[in-house]
Ligand binder design. Structure first.
Ligand code: BMA
Length: 359
């Protein structure tokens, strides 16, 4: 259990003794209040912009009331995630073809309803022109840091475009978790693709630009490595307390040859191991913590929510758990049920638990 009050933790987390005044401080305070009450917010990626069989077409005219989560539970997720991949290029839509105008409208709409927003970012590979998963070169991070041949492009186009978008949110507080899943080596900023020092510099450069150069006070910074790593690996790329407000982890269940029951057990054991060391780190560093991405693709387990996920997280002071997107254009790629799907009743039961918060 946390022993400090929310107000004391805010001042630790921000290093600021003044009353909570910025949108970021207010969000930190709100999340700590839930944690103190033992509550966990439920979040869903790309909710409001599309679902398993539908997508918002004319976003300017749409009031964004549809949600697969709401279709099943009658409630919106408390937290909604969106991805900013493509914003760095000045693209009109993100890497999953969601218009940035729609994302902005969904952020403002969800905040107006009392919800919380988080952003992931799968930017292109600036050196090769490939995508975030292009790990063909280990020179990419080096090339965009100070002294690198793409530093100017990174600062004056990529971060500027990102800053413009975040600034357009009219001060709405958002949880931003750039350079995620950074210990594994499937993104160009991953463990084998840059040194620990280069990674930290990348994160700090992003922070410094948005916070100090652009003066944005609405960003809550989340550091979210992948799972299946040791606490030493988790902290090996930690940018530092001044740059991080929340400790996250991305952890999924994968069904192996030994079947669903065993994969559920493996998922829960590994998750509890990670959350145990993160709980200690969050106390030592006075940070919030969360399960920043999770899920079981296609939800083949009809009782996954109350039988696997909930028992694994319920005893940890995580501010939120976010399941990944329901892709409308990839039939098997979904992580929340929709009305009529056989896993829906269990999700509805999960939504009614007293310590799980929906909107
Ligand atoms: C991945 C998949 C991809 C998607 C990417 C960014 O996990 O869902 O289809 O493009 O996230 O949202």
């Amino acid at each position: 259990m946390f022993l400090m009050t929310a107000a004391a933790l805010v001042s630790c987390s921000t290093g600021d003794k003044k009353p909570m005044d910025t949108p970021k401080d207010q969000l930190v305070h709100k999340l700590f209040s839930h944690v103190e009450k033992g509550e966990i917010l439920y979040g869903h990626q790309d909710d409001l912009s599309y679902g398993h069989t539908w997508k918002v077409e004319d976003w300017a005219a749409d009031s964004l009331t549809r949600s697969d989560v709401k279709d099943v539970t009658g409630k919106y997720p408390a937290l909604v995630g969106f991805d900013l991949g493509g914003i760095e290029m000045g693209d009109k839509a993100n890497l999953d073809s969601v218009d940035f105008g729609l994302i902005r409208k969904a952020v403002l709409t969800h905040a107006e309803r009392g919800g919380i927003v988080t952003f992931s970012w799968h930017p292109r590979n600036p050196l090769t022109g490939g995508d975030a998963w292009d790990v063909s070169s280990d020179q990419v991070v080096k090339s965009i840091l100070e002294g690198g041949e793409l530093h100017d492009l990174f600062m004056n186009q990529w971060l500027r475009n990102l800053g413009d978008f975040l600034e357009s949110l009219e001060g709405t507080p958002v949880i931003f978790r750039p350079w995620h899943e950074n210990v594994g080596s499937w993104f160009w900023w991953g463990g084998k693709l840059c040194s620990e020092q280069q990674y930290k510099e990348l994160y700090r450069t992003t922070w410094t630009y948005l916070v100090e150069v652009r003066g944005l006070t609405n960003i809550l910074w989340c550091y979210s490595p992948n799972s299946n790593i040791s606490v030493e690996e988790y902290m090996s790329r930690y940018p530092g307390d001044d740059f991080v407000d929340m400790l996250g982890i991305d952890h999924y269940e994968y069904v192996g040859g030994d079947g669903l029951k065993e994969s559920g057990v493996r998922f829960a054991e590994e998750l509890k191991r990670s959350l145990t060391y993160m709980n200690q780190l969050s106390k030592d560093h006075h940070k919030l913590m969360c399960l920043s991405e999770t899920g079981l693709e296609s939800l083949p387990d009809p009782a996954w929510w109350t039988g696997v996920l909930y028992p694994a997280i319920k005893d940890f002071p995580i501010a939120y758990v976010l399941t990944w997107r329901n892709a409308h254009d990839k039939p098997e790629h979904f992580y929340a049920p929709w009305a009529g799907f056989e896993n829906a009743p269990d999700f509805e039961a999960f939504s009614q638990l007293s310590d799980i918060v929906f909107l």
